[in-house]
Write a protein that binds this ligand. Structure first.
Ligand code: ASP
Length: 335
């Protein structure tokens, strides 16, 4: 009897094993092997609905997300550092007028483009940030220079630009940041007399050496006043990375991200409560931020290469990839 039962078990197991391996192969990224590297990027969260995005614009967003992701992926595949991938990918998005960062930055109430950015290196907890810069073409590179070539974490305004000049970074006339679309957004926001329309770009990555890095860059909120600074350059709010847990980059209503210390909170929930990166991100973005009225989302990658892309808004421009062949670009809640 026992032998018969054992035989049946073996048979059932064999059939199941055969069935799963030959008929339903699981995608490689769902297997248990850890990826050697992983990367996620975002281009801002908000009211991004299919009906509001023309097919051409949707195509343009998907294509730039895809090419920026691919560049980051290639750096990591060749054994490059996560921080290099983060900076390179964000520079591509800063140079693209579609995103609210660098070239496509929104206008402040006074008609300026005031840019914020930050980076963090998870291997040593070093960080660099800049706030309110008006003439630096690629604020993400400046944030990295603050981290590596100064003894500070955050520089702002004119002083930050002076430092950029000393570091040999590209300084541009403020007209470089003019785009008709953002100018019209400002006129509309002024009429409604409110601050709105966020956006932002970010990248998080795990490299083959096991190091995590995060970076975020933004023009902030349309119609912002009084040199308002959001969460993007605040380490622990819009950006955080630690090899102990994860790398996070956020996008959304910055005041909430600052008050809820979103990026660090996700890392802390992993470190102290043993949550997975997905659970921690959902806890903060869905269970805490949303009921408080804070719209936005995050991308995160943990030390084992697991990726989370969680948002409480209708959409978030996002993409991710890993060494096991995962490569996805999404915009809306349902893709
Ligand atoms: N978080 C940015 C800010 O508040 C904006 C955004 O991500 O859309 O400045």
């Amino acid at each position: 009897m026992k032998i018969l039962k054992f035989g049946i078990q073996v048979l059932v197991f064999g059939v199941l094993a055969g069935f799963t391996s030959s008929n339903l192969p699981a995608p490689a990224y769902l297997t248990k092997d850890k990826p050697q590297y992983a990367i996620a990027i975002h281009g801002g969260a908000g009211v991004i609905l299919r009906e509001n995005l023309s097919p051409n614009l949707e195509k343009a967003y998907r294509s730039i997300l895809d090419s920026a992701l691919t560049v980051g992926e290639q750096i990591l595949a060749k054994g490059g550092a996560s921080m290099d991938a983060v900076e390179r990918v964000i520079r591509i998005m800063e140079d693209c007028p579609l995103f609210n960062a660098g070239k496509g930055a929104v206008f402040s109430h006074e008609g300026y483009n005031e840019l914020d950015a930050s980076v963090m290196d998870g291997s040593n907890l070093m960080a660099g940030a800049v706030a309110g810069v008006r003439n630096v073409k690629n604020p993400i590179t400046l944030a990295r220079k603050v981290m590596t070539n100064s003894s500070h974490v955050m520089l702002s305004g004119k002083g930050a630009t002076e430092f950029a000049r000393e570091q040999g970074l590209e300084i541009v006339d403020s007209t470089y940041f003019f785009t008709e679309r953002r100018w019209q957004d400002l006129q509309k926001a002024i009429q409604k007399s409110k601050e709105n329309k966020f956006g932002t770009v970010g990248c998080v990555a795990l490299d083959k050496a096991g190091n995590l890095a995060a970076g975020t860059s933004t023009g902030g909120m349309t119609n912002k006043r009084w040199n308002r600074i959001g969460d993007t350059p605040i380490i622990g709010a819009g950006t955080y990375a630690s090899n102990k847990s994860c790398a996070v980059s956020g996008t959304g209503h910055g005041e909430f991200f600052i008050r809820y210390t979103v990026a660090r909170e996700i890392a802390a929930l992993m470190e102290y409560k043993s949550m997975t990166v997905q659970q921690a991100a959902q806890e903060v973005i869905i269970n805490r931020l949303k009921p408080a009225g804070g719209e936005g989302g995050i991308i995160a990658v943990d030390k084992d290469g697991n990726i989370a892309m969680v948002f409480n808004s209708p959409g978030m421009y996002r993409a991710c990839a890993d060494s096991r062949g995962r490569h996805e670009v999404s915009i809306f809640g349902d893709n």
